[in-house]
Write a protein that binds this ligand. Structure first.
Ligand SMILES: [Zn+2]
Length: 257
């Protein structure tokens, strides 16, 4: 393999590490955002529940006042009735009292419904309060843990970047630019070995002529399918030998059984 590819390969390994690190960092940041979103959601629920209870309270006051007013009017009418002589007038007042009584009963029923609703809403409010307390406690510990992880990732990332910059400084500038452009596109290894005449990037088979060019290694050879840069893996014969040995072993096992 040409030396400039060796340098690029070293840079590539660090870039892949960095990409993995950044992926983990993003996952951690997403976790943080999730914790915060959950907390915000609970606080919203708390606020809206409180508002609802206040509204029910206002309604209750309204009906309580209405009931009191009706009671007063009924009392007044009843006392008026005592001094009335004419039966028609007496009956008219009785009717008026009946109407007021009916309205009062209806108002009392509504008030009772509101009181039930309020009790239910207050119970829910207590549940939300408990959830907020729980999420604050566990969330805080988890947040701290995530912050610590991110700090470690940042430290590791800084060291990685430094090594990468040093290595990158020693490789062919034009080659590096091509490599970086490919990496931005593929977001995975872009300088890959050819194995059994197959591109290990896109897994598509190539021609024997292509293989020969890669094996010679006097110029940069790109995969005609995915544009990755191919190199001849010096480890390939070793792998083949190992595979052959494996086959032999398997054969021997088959024979002995
Ligand atoms: Zn390919």
């Amino acid at each position: 393999m040409k030396d400039f590819l060796k340098g690029i390969l070293e840079v590539q390994e660090l870039d892949i590490k960095m990409m993995r690190l950044m992926k983990i960092k993003k996952q951690r940041l997403d976790q943080l955002a999730e914790i915060r979103a959950l907390s915000a959601e609970l606080n919203d629920q708390f606020k809206s529940k409180k508002k609802k209870i206040e509204e029910i309270n206002e309604e209750c006051t309204l009906f309580e006042t209405k009931i009191e007013e009706h009671k007063e009017r009924i009392k007044k009418l009843e006392s008026q009735q005592g001094s009335i002589k004419k039966i028609e007038e007496f009956n008219a007042i009785t009717k008026e009292i009946q109407v007021l009584e009916k309205e009062k009963t209806s108002a009392e029923q509504t008030l009772s419904d509101h009181v039930d609703d309020r009790a239910q809403e207050e119970e829910l409010l207590e549940q939300i309060k408990a959830s907020i307390k729980e999420s604050n406690e566990s969330g805080k510990a988890l947040e701290e843990e995530i912050y610590e992880m991110i700090r470690q990732i940042n430290t590791e990332g800084t060291a990685l970047k430094q090594s990468r910059d040093e290595l990158a400084g020693n490789v062919n500038r034009d080659m590096l630019l091509i490599y970086e452009k490919l990496l931005r596109n593929k977001k995975s290894r872009v300088v890959v070995p050819l194995e059994n005449r197959v591109c290990t990037g896109c897994h598509i088979a190539l021609t024997p002529q292509h293989e020969n060019l890669v094996r010679k290694g006097d110029k940069t050879v790109y995969c005609e399918h995915c544009s990755r840069i191919h190199f001849w893996a010096e480890t390939a014969p070793a792998v083949e030998a190992e595979a052959a040995a494996g086959k032999k072993r398997r054969r021997r096992q088959t024979l002995s059984t």
